[in-house]
Each structure stands twice: as C-alpha cells, then as structure tokens.
Ligand binder design. Structure first.
Ligand code: LER
Ligand code: MN
Length: 271
C-alpha cells in the first residue's frame, strides 16, 4: 500500500476535509518532506491544473498523483449525475470527463463523490439510479479508454441517499455493463454507516480501488476512535495495493495532520 495526502486548489473548499490549501507547489513540497508517495488533488475544474507545472513538481519531489477529485462540480455549480434537469446532468458529465483527461495524463483516476448527487423532490429512486447508471456507464468506459479506473465513492447518509455502504454499492456496480468503475472506500463515511469496517472491506474484494484514510472524526488516523489495524489487515487480505489517501481536516493544523497520517500509515502497514 502507498501513502497519499490531499491538496485542495478550490477556495470554496477551504473548510473542507483537505490537508493542504496553499497551492500545488507548497502542498507537493511538504508532502515530499514527510515522505508521502503521492498527492490527491481537488481542483475547481480540470483547467486549474497546469500539466507542465504539475509534472515539474512531481519530478522534483518524486511524487505521483494518487487521484483527482471532481467534487467542485457539485460544490461550486451544483451539477450532478442525478439532477432532474438533463442539461445539468450533461454539464456534470462534461466536467467529469475533463477531469478524467487531466488525471489520466498523470496516470491517475478521477473520483466521483458528491457529483453523484442525491434523490430529491419527485424523482424516484429507480429514476435516480437509472441516471446514475447511465452516467457511470459512459464515464467508466471513457476512463477505461484512458487506461484508468473511475472511482465511485459511496458517502454517508448526510451527503447522499444513493449508496451509503460497500455491499449495496458493489451490487449496483455489478449490474452495470462497464467494467471501468472501482469503489472508493472512505473510512470516515464507513465509520458512520458500516457495522464492521474490516468485514465491509472484505465485502469490497475485487472492487476497492482507492481508500480515503480518515479517522472517525475525519481527522488523521490515530486522532479519532477507529481501530485501524483490522482494517489494514483486511485490505491486505483482499490484496489491496493502492493508496491510503488522507482526505481529512487540517487539524490541529496541516503539518500535524500530515505528520500523524504518515506515522499512522507506517505503523499500520508494517504490522
Ligand atoms: C469526497 O471524497 C467525500 O468524501 C465527500 O464527503 C465530499 O465531501
Ligand atoms: Mn472521501
């Protein structure tokens, strides 16, 4: 397993669960000083990432891109794959496609988290799932054509009513034709929704493609009450070799959160 830490480039996400908020150069510099393998980026849009600039930073600091988030499409524009408005669903797909392009240029996947949206108003669950499925079919195949998975993240009940746990998510994805989707398991959401996090990880065997490494309170692992050892053991048991990426609040401050994360990463992955 490899370590990653989040950099948000989105001013509207200043109070969000991202460790670094002061630009790519500063985030990459500090990430490499702590010995992280990679950074996960949360841009306001695909064109906020200057590819030459980012490549230079990655080379200089021996970092990779773990993943690129699309959540700003929801945060800034309120676009989602399950909006009742077809034009909004199309804008959501276009926004995500552009992020798939830029992520793939760095050998990384894009993440669909908040852009899945939620079931609202008169929309039935059946209809919302049909729209979600359509979006994922198209975007999953598009990501696959770039040699990358597309990461679909189930969220806790306060953020979506589509999927909140691993097992129903996997069941839904198995019903799609595209084989381009992998599941993002965010330990913060799972702590709220799952009965047993290690068992939930085992239920995600063959599907988990990325992990958000967050404690129960969305702080660095070790600062909340999630016992991480059985979770990492379960990830090892299912053969997970991807990133443990710290999508957490910069608490008590960014440097302390980064230090706590990398220490927890080393301690839990070497057991
Ligand atoms: C995104 O990775 C996520 O976990 C959501 O909670 C977005 O806020
Ligand atoms: Mn997450």
């Amino acid at each position: 397993m490899r370590s990653a830490i989040t950099i948000s480039l989105t001013p509207q996400a200043r109070s969000g669960p991202f460790v670094f908020h002061d630009g790519l150069a500063e985030g990459c510099r500090v990430a490499s000083e702590f010995g992280f393998d990679a950074v996960e980026i949360f841009p306001p849009a695909a064109n906020a990432i200057d590819e030459a600039d980012l490549q230079g930073l990655l080379d200089r600091h021996s970092l990779k891109v773990a993943a690129v988030g699309t959540g700003a499409g929801w945060l800034i524009h309120k676009w989602s794959l399950t909006s009742a408005d077809a034009a909004v669903r199309q804008r959501a797909r276009d926004f995500i496609r552009a992020i798939i392009d830029v992520a793939a240029a760095f050998g990384a996947p894009a993440i669909i988290g908040s852009m899945q949206g939620k079931i609202e108003g008169d929309v039935t669950r059946e209809q919302a799932l049909a729209w979600l499925g359509e979006g994922l079919e198209e975007l999953g195949d598009y990501a696959a054509s770039h040699g990358q998975p597309l990461l679909y993240e189930f969220l806790n009940r306060y953020e979506t009513n589509l999927f909140n746990r691993v097992a129903p998510t996997v069941k839904f994805l198995k019903g799609l034709k595209t084989r381009g989707i992998k599941v993002l398991a965010d330990l913060f959401h799972m702590n709220i929704e799952e009965t047993d996090l290690a068992a939930a990880v085992r239920a995600g065997r063959d599907w988990i493609g990325h992990v958000h490494f967050a404690d129960s309170n969305r702080q660095a692992i070790g600062l909340g009450h999630t016992p991480i050892e059985p979770i990492v053991a379960a990830l090892r048991e299912i053969g997970y070799a991807g990133y443990l990426s710290a999508e957490i609040f910069p608490l008590p401050d960014a440097l302390a959160a980064a230090r706590q994360t990398i220490e927890s990463f080393h301690r839990s992955t070497k057991l």
